[in-house]
Write a protein that binds this ligand. Structure first.
Ligand code: ADP
Ligand code: MG
Length: 599
């Protein structure tokens, strides 16, 4: 076992001074991380009054030797490194030998600890940084740290604390995130005498999610396991239906240490685009394993903010890890289920499906990287650009023909000039005409765009628009893409453009708005893959084009929309490009229950 050493002055000086114990949750984090570093497989955290009155962290780790207990409380005392070369590692792994010293300076700390080879344990109290005489005590192997009356001697810090319940919330948040990073450790959290959660340490992160966030989350998880170069990303993500109005349930670890990094979170969210509504945040727990030399050493003292070397590569890996997992999950079941059977000769009437299976496997395992990237940039897409040929179309048609006879659709009518109502068998549907049409347009535009099929309409009267210098630069830089999207744009003086052709015919102001929205989408300051910026631009066009709400439709138009929306549904597409549902469905039984015809 490594002995605790006091860091030489040089290292001590090189380490940025920073307050470790800024609030109770930071104290808990340090203590629990120490338990993990000590190899604990069982950790129990208990707090009272938001941790201000009482924090106890008990573990079954390797313990601290009797003659090293005082040293552990010295500033820059750590058993976790000895040489200056290790400094980079210290910062990434959080070994700075500061926590116990800082905590004991602002609270009363009691420690009980026993190493496996010691006949008995040791008890020591440290009050405002001063160690009291040690005593022998009977106890289990491991360590108990009790921190009481935090910040009692630092009124300024006290004032800065929030309500007990809020602080307790911060603490349970920290502990639950650590629990998710360490499914192999049993972690119990008790708040004011009540057990908040406990994990079973069976190594399955899904069980941790179940214990911490409950069954709704546990039911909607998709596993992530993705390697790219030196980066290995693992964890779970929530299906698009598990969203919140904020990021409180997004967790990112680097080498199993919880970090905060807006960039990473943003990129992971990007992977959900078109599947999750704007303003909603998906659930994910991602651990990024990467060599510590790729983590920037300028970390915040609280160790939650990090910077990465090769940030771009890392972001791409994060993006693909999530997109990949989502994609696998949305691949139509039929194709997934059949996968295992593909080597057996298929009965004749199954040839089409067989081909589909073969193709989907081919795509997943053998397609060149570029193709996979293209493929992954669409959540529910099956085909890559190259494969999107007439032949595919035939296959889809064949499959449609092969399906069991469709239950006929009966149109009921239009509600508020916005929703199409219809029944099919025992089900009643409400279809949002704008959402449905927008998605259809979007899919079509995307297809044409990928196949470089020209679209666009020449304007009778060109539109002149003023642009800023930076907008002009983006328009020039991406002129090829504007062309492909059906625009014809020329420079006009030094602060203007002339728009001669557009993908859709609409009024001048809408055209101008569209161009400036696309310019914004193309702006590479948005930290997303270019394919996604292109997709965002196509989405803007389809939104402008689509039938609006408050628009009367004929029966024929409504029937056509129902039919086409349900074709999308068969492909697994059920939302508009912003992630809003296209239709909602009630069963006859549900409606009968509403009217209390049945119970
Ligand atoms: P650091 O964790 O950066 O080394 P700390 O001040 O948090 O610094 O802890 C100082 C030392 O005390 C650790 O290096 C470790 O040797 C010892 N220690 C602290 N907590 C525990 C624990 N729960 N089990 C075993 N050793 C511990
Ligand atoms: Mg520590």
């Amino acid at each position: 076992m490594a002995e605790i050493k006091v860091l030489p002055g040089l290292i001590a000086d090189k380490i940025a001074a920073g307050e470790v114990a800024e609030r109770p949750s930071a104290v808990v984090k340090e203590l629990v991380e120490n338990s993990i570093d000590a190899g604990a497989t069982k950790i129990s955290v208990e707090i009272r009054n938001g941790g201000i009155k009482y924090i106890s962290v008990e573990d079954n780790g390797k313990g601290i030797k009797k003659d090293e207990i005082e040293t552990a409380f010295l500033r820059h005392a750590t058993s976790k490194l000895r040489e200056i070369e290790d400094l980079e590692k210290i910062r990434t792994m959080g070994f700075r030998g500061e926590a116990l010293a800082s905590i004991s300076a602002v609270a009363q700390v009691e420690v009980i600890s026993k190493t496996a080879d010691a006949p008995s344990g040791t008890y020591m109290k440290v009050e405002r940084g001063i160690a009291q005489p040690k005593e022998d005590i009977a106890c289990n192997n491991g360590t108990i740290m009790v921190v009481e009356n935090l910040f009692e001697n630092v009124p300024a810090r006290m004032k800065f604390l929030k309500k007990d319940s809020t602080e307790a919330g911060y603490i349970s948040d920290v502990v639950s995130r650590i629990a998710m990073a360490h499914p192999e450790i049993m972690i119990k959290m008790t708040v004011d005498g009540k057990e908040l959660f406990s994990t079973n340490g069976d190594g399955d992160i899904k069980n941790v999610v179940l214990n911490v966030y409950g069954i709704d989350y546990a039911k909607a998880l998709i596993e992530v396991d993705y390697k790219e170069g030196p980066v290995h990303i693992t964890g779970v993500i929530g299906k698009p239906e598990i969203v919140r109005g904020n990021r409180s349930r997004q967790t990112i670890f680097v080498n199993k240490r919880y970090i905060k990094n807006y960039g990473v979170a943003k990129v992971a969210e990007e992977a959900y685009r078109n599947a999750v509504m704007v303003g909603k945040f998906p659930f994910f727990v991602l651990n990024i394993d990467l060599p510590s030399e790729l983590v920037d050493v300028n970390v915040h003292p609280a160790k939650t903010e990090v910077k990465f070397a090769n940030e771009k590569e890392l972001m791409e890996a994060v993006y693909h890890s999530v997109k990949n997992a989502l994609f696998k999950d949305t691949t139509p079941e039929k194709v997934q289920e059949k996968k295992s059977e593909e080597v057996k000769p298929e009965p004749e009437n199954n040839t089409v499906q067989f081909r589909m299976n073969f193709k989907s496997n081919f795509k997943r395992e053998e397609a060149p990287k570029k193709e996979i990237e293209n493929l992954l940039s669409y959540t529910v897409r099956e085909e890559t650009a190259e494969e999107k040929s007439e032949k595919d179309f035939e296959e889809i048609l064949e499959i449609v023909e092969e399906k069991e006879p469709e239950i006929p659709v009966k149109l009921v009518g239009q509600l508020f000039d916005t929703y199409i109502l219809y029944e099919q068998g025992e089900n009643f549907f409400l279809l949002d005409q704008h959402a449905g049409h927008e998605r259809l347009r979007f899919e079509k535009l995307k297809e044409d765009y990928i196949n470089k099929k020209k679209f666009g309409q020449v304007l009778m009267i060109p539109v002149v628009m003023n642009v800023t210098l930076s907008e002009m630069e983006i328009i020039k830089e991406y002129s090829e893409y504007f062309d492909r999207m059906g625009f014809e744009i020329e420079e006009f003086g030094n602060d203007g453009i002339v728009i001669r052709q557009t993908p859709i015919i609409t009024d001048d102001n809408e055209i101008k708005a569209l161009v400036s929205e696309i310019v914004t989408a193309f702006d590479e300051k948005k930290k997303m893959a270019f394919a996604d910026r292109e997709e965002a631009a196509l989405d803007m066009i389809s939104c402008k084009y689509a039938i609006k709400a408050n628009h009367k439709l004929t029966s024929y138009e409504m029937e056509d929309l129902i039919l086409r929306v349900n074709e999308l549904k068969d492909k697994g597409i059920t939302t508009c490009p912003h992630g809003r549902p296209i239709q909602v469905q009630y069963t006859k039984t549900e409606i009968e229950k509403m009217f209390k015809r049945i119970v």
